[in-house]
Design a protein around this ligand. Structure first.
Ligand code: SF4
Length: 697
């Protein structure tokens, strides 16, 4: 019997990258505890990490490759599973070209660059991720506006934080865990929150702006209106570093406060107070979340938040929103080999003519892929490889997704469990969790760190995603792969002069921070300035100035539907124990949140005879689902807030109840309604009605 080993690693049950100490004995995980020395999580862990042992050793976890034979899953060897995929993909490429294969992922288990390397070497431009409406859309909008993603500089001690569409202590966003925000507030920073729900942070805020869901861009324009009219902007920064100031001023002038109040439902006095407080308190940062990206205003909402940072002089200054300097390791672009994809293949990317910003950041809005499968337009997608994603539950218009994945000629998936998506496939490859892999973690992030994720245990025949792409790539004849994972990690670390064997003992690397880089280098945009008038968008034929467009389904754009669907439904808020569609089968986590919850204001609930805990039908023009009512005044009486990601692993295969409580049965993916540059769908805002479920429903 060996001693208990304590191995320092980094969690990846969400994007946090929190520091973990794994206790391992005789090759078995005993428990995990927080790493007090982690600069990311500072000695904290959430329930998802603490429950990792239940995921790792879950009785229903798939730990060997599967292949469907006569409609039933059968265990096969890795060789047979990989050969099956390889043969099928080679045939599709020969007959229809590599673009007939689509590679996809969800929010990612930190393997994006390996997935892209595989796709690029395969020659397909068709990669779907969550990026069209989550995080990558923010990066895309920032790249064309200011050249990089501005992130809150909590270590620089902001005097004010404006938390916009984000509930960081609850959801732990990409660059930071909520712990940094909470510590900043404990030190006395002021707080403005922008959220349709009056959550914990809103309760302790100096000002809470409870806006109508989806109207963030209008609110930002209103705040800018105040800042410009009252000359609260940083004149020196604006005159030296902003491109298109006069055009931008003219655009903002079209958004007087009476108009903004009518759109956002926020009293004008509150907008004025928030604008003044944000503009006058220095330094100030904006902690922004993905809700603003999940509407047709995706790109412009992002551009307008950057505008707020820029005009108030809070961009790349200590304590503001900064461009962190990454540690000296390979970039995502280098590892992903984006340059290896031939130009003629890039031109075949689905939807590239329409969603030019999505094409720039190398992804396809999924609706184009469903259309290509179901209608063969502009060409047929015949094969798919989906890694760590459950689009049947997580993408807009679930029924269409289900139909498309049922009809695609060949589907292989890589995951931990059979899900409603994986069940539609032909081959299943078992993935290793974060505690079963070696990796240079989070090198794609923009918070200035990379972390060492270390293999602490092995489980069954599971392989880490990176290795799976490497093995498949080699079988497909791709030569630009490494022989071992260690070689790959050494390559990633090469610019730092470190080897994996050194780095894994160090735990993390931090880039050397430098503020106000624009003073010497300008901004990485075509004009070298913050482009409030976007020259790239002008070239692409989009509006170069940001604006607000009314949500496609709302009391203002579809008044004729409001009798039937009188409420605004907002969805997608994260649940701390789950990560989107993941973890519903983990006992400790499911015990905390056994059923889906929809929040209903007491006045609304009483109008429908609904009591706390009742099952409620929620219907939209596309269908109906049921969730449990939580009667609460944290939402406006005109708004219903429903959870996303729900399926029931305990229900019968193959669907596992994906259509019972899954909010994407209700959402819309009509291209006429999405954000043109990115192809972002209106996941966050639609219209609905509610009705109490009857006995037996
Ligand atoms: S916040 Fe995310 S990365 Fe951190 S412990 Fe929780 S699941 Fe892991």
């Amino acid at each position: 019997m060996e001693e208990v080993q304590k191995i320092r690693t980094a969690c990846r049950s969400c994007h946090g990258g929190c520091g973990v100490i794994a206790h391992v004995k005789d090759g078995r995980l005993l428990k995990v505890e927080p790493d007090p020395d982690s600069p990311i999580s500072e000695g904290t862990l959430c329930s998802k990490a603490l429950a990792i042992k239940q995921l790792v050793y879950h009785p229903k976890r798939i730990t060997s490759p599967l292949k469907k034979v006569d409609g039933k899953w059968a265990k096969v060897s890795w060789d047979e599973a990989l050969d099956t995929i390889t043969e099928k993909f080679k045939r599709i490429i020969e007959e229809s070209g590599p673009e007939a294969i689509c590679i996809g992922q969800g929010t990612g288990r930190d393997y994006e660059s390996f997935l892209y390397r595989f796709a690029n070497l395969l020659g397909t431009p068709n990669v779907i991720t969550a990026g069209h409406m989550c995080y990558v859309s923010r990066i895309g909008a920032c790249l064309v506006t200011c050249g990089n993603l501005p992130v809150c500089d909590y270590d620089g001690e902001p005097a004010l934080v404006m938390v916009w569409g984000n509930n960081a202590p609850w959801t732990n966003p990409d660059e930071y865990k909520g712990v940094k925000l909470l510590k900043t507030l404990q030190k006395g920073a002021k707080l403005i929150t922008v959220d349709p729900r009056r959550v914990y942070l809103a309760e302790r805020a100096d000002i809470h702006l409870q806006l109508r869901p989806g109207t963030d861009a209008a609110l930002a324009l209103g705040m800018l209106h105040v800042i410009l009219e009252e000359r609260l902007y940083d004149e020196e920064f604006v005159s030296s570093y902003v491109h298109g100031w006069e055009e931008f001023r003219a655009r903002v002038a079209h958004w007087p406060l009476d108009k903004v109040e009518a759109i956002t439902w926020i009293p004008r006095e509150k907008i004025v107070s928030a604008a003044r407080l944000y503009a006058k308190t220095k330094p100030a940062c904006i902690q922004w979340g993905v809700p603003i990206e999940q509407t047709l205003n995706c790109t412009d909402s992002n551009r307008l938040l950057v505008a707020l940072m820029a005009v108030t002089g809070n961009l790349d200054v200590k304590g503001g929103n900064v461009f962190f300097v990454p540690p000296p390791v390979r970039t995502v672009t280098e590892v992903a080999l984006h340059k290896a994809l031939p130009k003629e293949k890039k031109e075949k990317m689905l939807g590239a003519d329409e969603n030019k910003l999505a094409a720039r950041v190398a992804l396809v809005s999924p609706k184009h892929v469903w259309d290509a499968i179901l209608k063969g337009k502009p060409y047929k997608v015949r094969g798919m490889l989906l890694c760590g994603t459950n689009p049947v539950v997580t993408r807009a218009n679930s029924r269409e997704v289900y139909e498309a994945l049922s009809q695609v000629e060949f589907l292989a998936t890589i995951d931990f469990f059979l899900t409603p998506t994986a069940e539609l496939g032909h081959v299943f490859l078992p993935a290793a969790t974060w505690i079963e892999q070696d990796y240079v973690g989070d090198f794609w992030k923009r918070h200035g760190y990379v972390v060492a994720r270390r293999k602490c245990i092995t489980v069954g025949e599971c392989k880490q995603d990176h290795e799976i792409f490497m093995l498949l790539g080699k079988r497909m004849g791709q030569t630009q792969w490494w022989n071992t994972m260690e070689e790959a990690l050494d390559y990633m670390l090469e610019p730092s002069g470190l080897k994996w064997s050194d780095f894994k003992e160090m735990g993390y690397l931090k880039g050397k921070m430098e503020y106000q880089k624009y003073l010497t280098k300008g901004f990485s945009t075509p004009t070298g300035k913050v482009e409030l008038y976007c020259t790239t968008f002008e070239k692409w034929g989009y509006d170069p100035l940001p604006t607000y467009r009314e949500i496609p389904e709302s009391p203002y754009s579809t008044p004729e539907l409001m009798d039937k669907y009188p409420y605004i439904l907002t969805t997608g808020q994260r649940i701390p124990v789950f990560f989107h569609a993941a973890n519903r089968q983990i006992p400790w986590l499911r015990e905390i949140r056994p059923e889906p919850i929809c929040e209903i204001h007491p006045d609304t609930a009483s109008r429908h005879g609904i009591k706390n805990g009742d099952w409620v039908w929620i219907s939209s023009p596309r269908g109906r689902i049921k969730q449990r009512a939580k009667v609460t005044d944290i939402v406006d009486p005109r708004v219903i807030a429903a959870e996303h990601g729900w399926w029931y692993p305990e229900m019968e295969a193959p669907g596992y109840g994906f259509d019972v409580s899954n909010v994407n049965i209700l959402t819309d993916n009509d291209p006429a309604h999405y954000d043109k540059p990115m192809g972002a769908t209106n996941l966050r805002v639609l219209i609905c009605n509610i009705e109490k479920c009857e006995e037996g429903d």
